[in-house]
Design a protein around this ligand. Sequence first.
Ligand SMILES: *Cc1c(COP(=O)(O)O)cnc(C)c1O
Length: 385
Amino acid sequence: MHRPIYLDYHATTPTDERVLAAMLPYFTQSFGNPASTTHAYGWEAEAAVQNARQILARAINATPEEIIFTSGATEANNLAIKGVAESYFSQGRHIVTVETEHNAVLDPCRYLETLGFEVTYLPVQPDGLIDLVQLEKALRPDTILVSVMAANNEIGVIQPLAEIGAICRRYEVLFHSDAAQAIAKIPLDVEAMHLDLVSLTAHKVYGPKGIGALYVRRRDPRVKLAPQLHGGGHERGWRSGTLCTPQIVGFARAVELGLVQQEAEAERLGQLRDRLWTQIATLPEIELNGHPTQRLPGNLNISVTGVDGSALILGLQPFVAVSSGSACTSAKVAPSHVLTALGRPERLAYASIRFGLGRWTTAQEIDEAAERAIATIQALRQANR
Ligand SMILES: *Cc1c(COP(=O)(O)O)cnc(C)c1O
């Protein structure tokens, strides 16, 4: 079976064989419950979990006690936002976030609005970056949390976390960041960036699906967090549920491997992405979505005038696996909330594509993808004429 070229690495990534190899012994041999303290099976599993915790902590300049394992970034975002809201509501009920956040941040915020919290959704500039002056103006005496993602999953735009963190610290407001797309791709440092909570996930960085983590600062300040899953008191009461040792081991191995090659891979992917853009940009009426340089090296998001969104994705689908950057409902294709926030108009004959490049993307694949995209766009434009 001929399968399309995979350029949807922002949606998920294959698990690296080396990650899988590290995980396997923890299914069948070292299968103990890390919470079992009375025998060697438990101790072995607990040692593996602690080692993983250390690796992940080091990756973001945190300490192992500050890492809480979750089922992924969705759960980590929910725990961070709802957990802070529940712990700090007597101090204030105002939260600041951004229009271009992932739904795993926006939906918990909208849910909190139904409980009486107020949320400010900051707009972004046409390049996808937030305006720091606007952020500062949005802060109020009753603001308890600012949540701004590290790197956007659609347009790849990297927000200035260190500057945002400095502002939050100055106003003594907690700072959370969804770093699902950023970990082991761009530098993350909870100290330098003044981060108080950080959401992570394994499956965007060549680890397994179903495992993630929340970093929670323990000192200066010590963040209070109300658990959202109650039970056996795992993870110091913050997240109950038996720890999935194989997933945790795989997560840490994936991050470890990603860090080793982070810079070189960023360089390689940046070049491939530019190679793709240079070829596609030879067509008229193609726009780049998001900041040209302040973005993930493996991300290219474009808007194409003169073609129908669903027709373009349909035409590409046998050859290139990409995401449309649009939310398809039964009747029409509407631009995503991220593209809408950039000020991209909702109009007919307008399509957007997100190309996500990753570890196994080759120059040959990029050239073929560019060729297919150009041919499909030209054919559709011809037909519309
Ligand atoms: C993928 C993604 C999520 C969701 O992560 P899961 O681990 O799949 O729950 C959240 N935020 C961003 C920015 C993402 O890219």
